[in-house]
Design a protein around this ligand. Sequence first.
Ligand SMILES: NC(=O)c1ccc[n+]([C@@H]2O[C@H](COP(=O)([O-])OP(=O)(O)OC[C@H]3O[C@@H](n4cnc5c(N)ncnc54)[C@H](O)[C@@H]3O)[C@@H](O)[C@H]2O)c1
Ligand SMILES: N[C@@H](CCC=O)C(=O)O
Length: 541
Amino acid sequence: MGKGVFQVPQAVNEPVKSYAPGTPERDAVLKAYKELYNSKVEVPLYIGGEEIKTGDTAPMNPPHDHQHHLGDYHKASKEHVEKAIKSALEAREKWANLEWEQRAAVFLKAAELIAGPYRYKINAATMIGQSKNIFQAEIDSACELIDFLRFNVEYMTRIYEEQPESSSEAWNRLEYRPLEGFVYAVTPFNFTAIAGNLPSAPALMGNVAVWKPSDSQVYSARVIMEVFKEAGLPDGVINMVMGDPKMISDTILENRDFAGLHFTGSTTVFKNLWKQIGENIHNYRSYPRIVGETGGKDFIIAHPSAKPKQVATAISRGAFEFQGQKCSAASRVYLPKSMWEEVKSYVVEDVKSFKMGSPEDMSNFITAVIHEASFDKLAKFIDAAKNDSDAEIVVGGNYDKSKGWFVEPTVILTNDPKYSTMCTELFGPVVTVYLYEDEKWNDTLKLVDDNEYALTGAILSQDRYAAAEATKALQNAAGNFYINDKPTGAVVGQQPFGGARGSGTNDKAGSILNLYRWISPRTIKETFVPPTDYRYPFLGE
Ligand SMILES: NC(=O)c1ccc[n+]([C@@H]2O[C@H](COP(=O)([O-])OP(=O)(O)OC[C@H]3O[C@@H](n4cnc5c(N)ncnc54)[C@H](O)[C@@H]3O)[C@@H](O)[C@H]2O)c1
Ligand SMILES: N[C@@H](CCC=O)C(=O)O
């Protein structure tokens, strides 16, 4: 067979379409939305080459219209999970030994399928199933997923190119083997792109995976599996199972061939999985790789020199896009007292101008939160703020679950920097503001830093010295730090994403750093003319 040192196409970020009125993309996505909305789908398990309908089902409903029945997804039993592991392990040898360029071609093709024929379907599925407005769906399920696939291919080749020094006597080579076993990918509801990336990044590096999507994301997860299948991903390389998360994790984590966890979701679930892996450590063939990107309590701090309108816009977009259901969403804000009245007037004006409703109506900026449990949790914290003496609602504060899980974007003002909503991750459209005395800038930086999480954060300042002070003082407070911007909207290839402390292992999804976790390098030294005498040169004299 012919060989070559192949070069992959240079990765570029997928341009975000505008969906402005009158554009062809707007018509196309609305058509796809209506078609999906008015048909029923069943989401099977994908195990090996089989699509398994177990008959043990749960309904899928759009968060913005919870009585509408979209169809059902099938839940796995323990036997199905064991079958998924078996099918992954059976696929492993052929996939791991396939030339890297063949693997790359599969995922580059998947990217092009999403950029082209599947774009409107995957966006519409994300709008319906996760209640994203079209702009949020486009940057997530189309652009970010395409970017993950394209950039990962380029990063893979950079890793493979990285080779040790050699000499004329010996040639040293690094072979980047996949892990010995299978990877367990567990994904959250809020990003279709993350759902696609977590099983595919290890698979690109030659691994096989069992993927458990969130129950609240299965609707678009099905489209991801369709794309992978059409892209030519061989059966068994990625197996998708849904159902009782505890049973699925128990079954997987007790398996000797479990080789890695690729997780994104809440901090508590991740810590429990880590603990369970620790308890099972004697059962495994190798030390499993553990990668987890988890919760956040992301901040905005404004210096007195910042421009109030810019601060307000960073709050309105940073806290409320996708109903605040981004791990990066701003949820605690520190403002100088002198700036508050002006910032407040802009934010209140913004919030009052937000339209809320179904994503099918593209003038709606805000749609519904993901499910009833989230709605109830948010309502509880909002009600507490209404009654607590150290908090007040500045704007918002209403909620209504009669048709969908609608929570009004809400701004709370507190005089306690440790008030519950300044510390607890709510994962919804609620942001809390604490006002500091203008001259207490340095003390306030310490307050910001004193937090369990360290995912994203932003400082707004016109004063360069203040920006520099914050950058230094908050070095460990965020894995993604923004100067004069909102703390959300990281782009693959531009702002590698992830946090530390309680926010995760900071392996930066969609970067070369993440791919290193899915390989187990082998060093090969080949000596051309082996020695024939054991003695050191001086011993022979
Ligand atoms: N840091 C990041 O990059 C990032 C990105 C997106 C979301 N998140 C975080 O994810 C959370 C929101 O997503 P979510 O509500 O889907 O999170 P979640 O923790 O409820 O669920 C995440 C996944 O874990 C599974 N799971 C739940 N309980 C489990 C158990 N006992 N055993 C095994 N698996 C279990 C879920 O079914 C789902 O697939 C927030 O905390 C958010 O900050 C972080
Ligand atoms: N990548 C996204 C966050 C992903 C988590 O939900 C951002 O930067 O806002």
